[in-house]
Design a protein around this ligand. Structure first.
Ligand code: SAH
Length: 255
C-alpha cells in the first residue's frame, strides 16, 4: 500500500434513475472520487461528476453479461481503496434497500477501511411518488411494506402473505417475474378489486405505468409489454392516480 494513500469507501445511493435525483452530498462525494464502482441500475451520467482521471468500473450483475459476484465486488472495492484512496460505491436507489450495502460496509470494516454512507432516493418510495401515488395517505393507508418478490430460495416471501392480509400499501421490488404468483396471494386474501400498479423504469425516459386492479393487472402488464426493472404497488393509494378513474369506468361499461 502506498503511504500517501488514505483508503476510504463511500456507499452512495444513486436514486431511481434520473441523474438529477442524486443528493448534493452524493455529487460532492463523486467530485472527490479516485475510483467509482457502479451498478447496472445507476445512470452513467452520474459518472460525469467524478474527476476525468478517476477510474470508473462497471460491476453490475445484468443478466447475460459478464457478471461480478458479490465477493468479487467486495474484494475489488478494497483493492481499489488500498491502492487509490477514495472509492465511491455507487448503487441504485438507496444502498440499504435490497442493495446488499451492509455486506460491503462490513467487508470494508474488516479491513479497517472507513466507510461513509450517503442515502439515496429508494425506488420503493420515489417511483410511486413520481407518479403522484403516495405510499401513505390519511384514511387510506397507515403503513407501507417494501418486500422482495424474489427471495434467495426462489419462493415468494412469507411477508407477502402477511402484507396481503393487511391494509398496508405493499410495494414489491424484483417481483415482475413472480407477478402471477403474487397476484394469487392477493386473490386468496379476497383482494380482487384492490387497486394495483406496475411501474417500469421509473424516473427515466423509458418509464411505463400500468394501473389496474389485482384481478386484471397480469393481463394489462402483458398487454403493455412491461420489462424489468419494474416495481409493483398494491393498495388503496393507487386509486388516487387520475387514470384509476378509467379503470373504474371500464368496469362500469362491462357490467
Ligand atoms: N436499492 C434499490 C433497489 C435494488 S433492488 C432501491 O432502493 O431502489 C432492484 C429492484 O428495484 C428492481 O428489480 C426493481 O424492482 C426496483 N427498481 C429499481 N429502480 C427502479 C426504477 N427506476 N423503476 C422501477 N423499479 C425500480
Amino acid at each position: 500500500m502506498n503511504k500517501n494513500i488514505e483508503p476510504k469507501v463511500t456507499l452512495l445511493g444513486a436514486g431511481p434513475g434520473d441523474p438529477d435525483l442524486l443528493t448534493l452530498k452524493g455529487v460532492k462525494a463523486l467530485q472527490t472520487a479516485d475510483v467509482v464502482l457502479y451498478d447496472a441500475l445507476t445512470n452513467e451520467a452520474l459518472l460525469d461528476h467524478a474527476p476525468a482521471q478517476a477510474i470508473k468500473v462497471y460491476v453490475g450483475k445484468r443478466s447475460g453479461e459478464h457478471s461480478h459476484s458479490q465477493d468479487a465486488i467486495n474484494q475489488l472495492m478494497i483493492d481499489y481503496a488500498l491502492n487509490y484512496g477514495h472509492v465511491v460505491r455507487l448503487k441504485g436507489g438507496d444502498p440499504f434497500v435490497f442493495g446488499r450495502g451492509y455486506e460491503e460496509l462490513d467487508f470494508a470494516a474488516s479491513y479497517n477501511v472507513p466507510v461513509t454512507v450517503i442515502p439515496g432516493i429508494s425506488s420503493s418510495i420515489g417511483v410511486p411518488g413520481l407518479q403522484q401515488i403516495p405510499v401513505t395517505h390519511r384514511g387510506l393507508s397507515e403503513s407501507f411494506w417494501v418486500i422482495t418478490g424474489t427471495t434467495t430460495n426462489g419462493e415468494i416471501s412469507e411477508d407477502i402473505y402477511q402484507a396481503a392480509n393487511s391494509k398496508a400499501t405493499v410495494v414489491i421490488l424484483m417481483g415482475l417475474k413472480q407477478l402471477s404468483k403474487i397476484v394469487e396471494v392477493f386473490k386468496v386474501a379476497g383482494k380482487q378489486q384492490l387497486p394495483a400498479a406496475v411501474v417500469q423504469n421509473g424516473s427515466t425516459a423509458t418509464e411505463k405505468l400500468v394501473i389496474s386492479t389485482v384481478e386484471n393487472i397480469v393481463a394489462k402488464v402483458k398487454e403493455e409489454g412491461i420489462q424489468a426493472p419494474a416495481l409493483l404497488i398494491f393498495g388503496e393509494v393507487v386509486s388516487l392516480h387520475p387514470s384509476f378513474k378509467n379503470v373504474i369506468a371500464q368496469y362500469a361499461a362491462i357490467s
